[in-house]
Design a protein around this ligand. Structure first.
Ligand code: NDP
Length: 449
């Protein structure tokens, strides 16, 4: 483990999030390497931490005043041992190579857990869609795709959405790909329903997250009915995490955005959630407006990365972080535990710091890492690819049934792998071990490539 971390430090000393993601996996797979020396002989770890290919490119575009602007585009094709590269695109000012590599690395493990044939990748840009007109977003997406189209394809690399990339952006990206390549294929997932999208894809990450949480509760003979839940974020993952909790009889107390959070003691009903969807997806407004629209709701402005986030300091049973990486630090974790929270299910990727995760595990909370709990999104992306290849569209019940089944399988796989290595009930260890072994064995089968 020290050798691998030293290798990354010497090559990429400033890639903190990538180092954090690798360290977390290494801490779990140490016993696997001890039992299986052939993985070391084949330098599996050294190969897993080195992307198969990284593409960095200039994205010039013109804003509405005629000013030319320049952003940086990325695609990290991390590992194709299990299938074509698959993973989202993120448009956010914080995007850099280290963040892309952390997300691509996580994606390899997540995709492995889905049971579908998908390798891992991730991409995006430091472009900020917030405050841009639709035409500006379209020109940016078209310029981005002008370069990306050389590297992707329905059997090579299939991007999807992530932070800042929703249905609007996928539409513009797909339109440009189609024009440049003169082909209508499943090269992107998360497409609109009327032109190749899958039913339940918008809901899949959030619903899958809640299915995973339900499976964890079931191991203690419990369910989400009557549980108070804290959710961060108010984007795609947060909205559908909230929706499924409401459907299963739980109470959603909070939602947030990068400016602050709302606390609704009465609980966010389906009707109120519809207003969040309209606010965020159509009007592209701020969550503060929810508190202005509904009586009895308290809005608190927050800087997510300050000493602690008051969102995580309310009495509740469950917490579902669904915004961004490292949004729960050790102090937040201590607050959650002190407030009676006993289940954490990560809708976001790597939302908890390593110290926070240690606290969850040491205190025997039901803790689901994002690579397991939020894998439902990419799983239904995989189902979208299958439907596109067959030129068929499955009904809602069929897709949702398959999603449910996949989440149940991931849960079982995590528990079995953890138990096999003497860490019963540790979902993080189980997810890392199961995903590592499957990917490593495929890499061994395929030789030194
Ligand atoms: P969206 O862009 O739809 O929503 C992101 C939400 O998080 C918004 O409410 C946003 O607030 C908030 N947010 C973003 N950055 C920050 C920040 N720095 N501090 C506080 N809040 C922030 O993205 P998604 O819902 O798609 O993604 C959320 C998380 O889930 C990410 O970690 C993503 O990688 C992960 N994920 C997404 C999947 C998917 O299918 N979409 C699949 C698996 C994981 P604001 O509106 O102010 O920007």
């Amino acid at each position: 483990m020290d050798k691998i971390m030293a290798l990354i430090d010497s090559r990429d000393p400033d890639q903190d999030e990538f180092k954090q993601a690798v360290r977390e996996v290494l801490s779990s797979v140490q016993p696997v390497l001890e039992r299986n020396p052939h993985y070391r002989q084949a330098a599996i770890l050294e190969r897993m931490i080195e992307p198969e290919r990284v593409i960095i490119f200039r994205v010039p575009w013109e804003d509405d005043t005629g000013q030319v602007r320049v952003n940086r585009g990325f695609r990290v094709e991390m590992n194709s041992a299990l299938g074509p590269y698959k993973g989202g695109l993120r448009f956010h000012p914080s995007v850099n190579l280290g963040i892309m590599k952390f997300l691509a690395f996580e994606q390899v493990f997540k995709n492995s857990l889905t049971t579908l044939a998908m390798g891992g990748g991730k991409g995006g840009s430091d472009f900020n869609p917030k405050g841009k007109s639709d035409n500006e977003v379209m020109r940016f997406c078209q310029s981005f795709m002008m370069e990306l189209q050389r590297h992707i394809g329905p059997d090579t690399d299939i991007p999807a959405g992530d932070i800042g990339v929703g249905a609007r952006e996928i539409g513009y990206l797909f339109g440009m790909y189609k024009r440049l390549r003169n082909e209508f294929t499943g090269v992107l997932t998360g497409k609109s329903l009327s032109w190749g999208g899958s039913l339940v894809r918008p809901e899949a990450t959030g619903y899958g997250n809640v299915y995973f949480a339900s499976e964890m509760l079931a191991t203690r003979g419990d369910s989400l009915a009557g549980k108070d839940c804290l959710i961060s974020g108010s984007g795609n993952v947060a909205q559908y995490t909230a929706e499924k909790i409401i459907q299963l009889g739980g109470r959603v107390l909070t939602m947030s955005d990068s400016s602050g959070y709302v606390f609704d003691e009465e609980g966010i009903s389906q009707e109120k959630l519809e207003s969040v969807k309209e606010l965020k997806n159509t009007r592209r407004g701020r969550i503060r407006e929810y508190a202005e629209a509904w009586p009895g709701v308290v809005y608190t402005a927050v800087d997510t990365f300050k000493e602690y986030n008051p969102l995580w300091n309310h009495k509740a049973h469950c917490a579902m972080p669904c915004a961004t990486q490292n949004e729960i630090n050790a102090r937040d974790a201590a607050n959650l535990i002190a407030n009676g929270v006993f289940l954490i299910s990560e809708g976001a990727n790597m939302p908890a710091s390593p110290e926070a995760i240690d606290l969850f595990i040491d205190n025997k909370l039901l803790y689901a890492p994002g690579k397991a709990a939020n894998a439902g999104g990419v799983a239904v992306s995989g189902l979208e690819m299958a439907q596109n290849s067959m030129r068929l569209k499955w009904p809602r019940d069929e897709v949702e049934g398959r999603l449910r089944h996949i989440m149940r399988e991931i849960h079982r796989t995590c528990l079995e792998a953890a138990a096999a290595y003497g860490m019963a009930g540790n979902y993080m260890a189980g997810a890392n071990i199961a995903a590592f072994v499957k990917t490593a064995d495929a890499m061994l089968d395929q030789g030194v490539v």
